[in-house]
Design a binder for this molecule. Sequence first.
Ligand code: MEV
Length: 446
Amino acid sequence: MSNSNIIPGFSKLSKEEKIRAVASHFEHPEQVVKELMSFNHPNAELQKKFDEFSENTIANYYFPFGIVPNVLLNGKVYMVPTAIEESSVVAAAAKSAKFWADKGGFKAEVIDTRKVGQVHFIWHGEKRKLEEKFPELKHSLIQNTTHITANMQQRGGGILDIKLVDMTMHEPGYYQLKAEFDTCDSMGANFINSCLEEFASILKDWIETQTIFTEEEKQVQVIMSILSNYTPDCLVKAWVQCPIDDLGTFDGGMTAREFAWKFQKAVKIAQVDVYRATTHNKGIYNGIDAVVLATGNDFRAVEACGHAYASRNGQYTSLTDVSLENDLFTFTLTVPMALGVVGGLTSLHPLVKRGLELLGNPSAKELMMIAATIGLANNFAALKSLTTTGIQKGHMKMHLLNILNHFDATEEEKEKAVEFFKHHKVSFSTVRDFITAERGQMIHQG
Ligand code: MEV
């Protein structure tokens, strides 16, 4: 391979060398070096920590760290930390929190916290023999992993169950050891994967020593051992409820009952149409991801799990549901998520640490309820806007500052624009026209 753009051993370069290598791709390398370095944290020790969160780090990537205040959940008021770049998400969640605060607030409960891991293996033998012997194998798997599980057990968690799953109808000889775990306050990925890799080696050793198996049956090929991010039994439910008439009136004089009816139709549409369901659920993850990220958790895992769960009955559908029974408006989100409040970034990233502190150092279960609540809050806000004023009015108002920044607006121009656009429609071209007029006027005045 002789491509001059290939840099052998990039990861071995020092940070500065990496920055220079990257900057050499730009027209003004020195300027880029300066810019990248300007994102460094002044505290060198902290910067080193940030660098070590990942590989080949050349700068810090800034994201807004914001707060959803006044979230009344299970009778307690939280200030919820978020990390997200989309301008209207935090405002929308805050609006929902305000809307529901005088209607009893949000309620949430954790249904279960079981996590799953699998050893996938190929074994060609008489299934009956393996099944017969499985209780013995299971005992051995649990007994011979106590060096890994002892601590977790002391904290009240550990291995909950191990099953043998026959997958031979899909692939010749394919079986799984499917294990369930309780990982208490940690997300548990390392714990689960360590247990699974140990299971795999115990399985191989065990099968070799069993006289019931023929020589051929003593051969087992472990394909892989890994946790599953699909955790349908690590499930949380968050909901709001009030008498329909207490919903109040809405923009354009819409009554509470008209609103409830339209809102219910909007949820129904997301339940039956995959195009709408995807956007609907994306709005839920606007809130969930923001909390998950701010608290140092793995938003990819949380999202992957949620979308798989949304398809559990064969059709991708809404994660929320609404009921208007007994004259009550009840809006519910049921969503799986595996979160941790210890380990990982939780004590390493200063803002994650502060965020968790701000939440009162919650348990993993409490954090699941908080994240689900913000997801529900965002979905409520989105559907409320969509079914009343439309989304763009609020969205573009929030986006106004981004557009103004695009035109390098001064503080004075921003102030004037915010005032002007209280009564005018925001769009890229209306803001451009406004700025052009402002600047023209200033030049004229000058
Ligand atoms: C935008 O980030 C999210 C929404 O599109 C969600 C929805 O349509 O429900 C507003």
